[in-house]
Design a protein around this ligand. Sequence first.
Ligand code: SAM
Length: 352
Amino acid sequence: KFNTNVGQHILKNPGVAEAIVAKAFLKPSDTVLEVGPGTGNLTVRILEKAKKVIAVELDPRMAAEVTKRVQGRPEQKRLEVLLGDVIKMETLPQFDVCISNTPYQISSPLVFKLLSLPNPPRVSVLMFQREFALRLTARPGDSLYCRLSVNAQFWAKITHIMKVGKNNFKPPPQVESSVVRIEPKMGSERPGVSWDEWDGMLRVCFVRRGRTMRASWLGSREVLGMCERNYRVWCAMNNVPLDDTPMNEGEEDDEMELDETSAPPDEEEWNGIEGDDDDTPAFFAELNKKNRDARKTPSKKRKTRVAELVKEKIRKVLEDVTELADKRSGKCDENDFLRLLSAFNEEGLHFA
Ligand code: SAM
């Protein structure tokens, strides 16, 4: 009856359902977004505490189940069921709090979606696969520290609330779970950098978190090509003239061995857990394509002085300004990344 391919593991322990709703500290005036209501075990409890529930459900059979559960009851009017994939919905109605026994396949995109909303929810209480929850809270140097950890903790306060064993679900999933609370930083606490720019930089830093910054930035054609393209756009927008003459024969220095196959990140590192469907490989494929398209212009066949200039700027940022060249991203903290972004921007290098 349940389709585990779309993460249908129904919470059968009422105590856990109660605890999840309690940990959201709902106000009677709240509108709550519930992702994946399933048969409605959380939904009915949220309706007791909040003004309204907007439930987004992918499976029409489940949407019908949860609708039926409140039919003819007073709370029927306070439940709105939207049929569809929450990740693909371009706009979501306004809501104050998000609660979800998350289908694990969408863990990563859901967190990114919630954090990057223009008006993020005050609180999100979400059930995740245990390892994903541990990634959200991992600190620099921890083995699970990754782009997700940096991003999540940069934009929000993350608290591990409770462990939930697999036998609390029907059918039981293969792994243990955890509930976390995510409270986005608001007002003056909210970092004053662009989401896309920050994440664009982290993507490069974390292609392999065991790599030094120097290797991540200067050892990959894709990354150098992207930086050059972005720099050209920035110069055009700021009326900065560019010396686009090709380099002379023999003048091209390649003191650093370029990693021809830099695109695919460590398979092991990224395919570890379900739901952490990091799109870094896709991101690199895209970079590759854009770089190839850019090179089709005849004048850009040879390496130009602009490429050299960009490379020198990156070297300067890493070695002279931030002194992060030999540090591995897995050991860098938020301050290191902030210094890095500001130094790149200072040189006209942007990532969004
Ligand atoms: N909330 C229920 C509970 O706790 O018993 C069910 C949770 S079950 C883990 C996840 C639910 O999310 C399923 O009903 C599934 O059909 C739904 N779902 C899966 N992918 C989804 C998506 N992309 N958007 C919205 N709902 C989704």
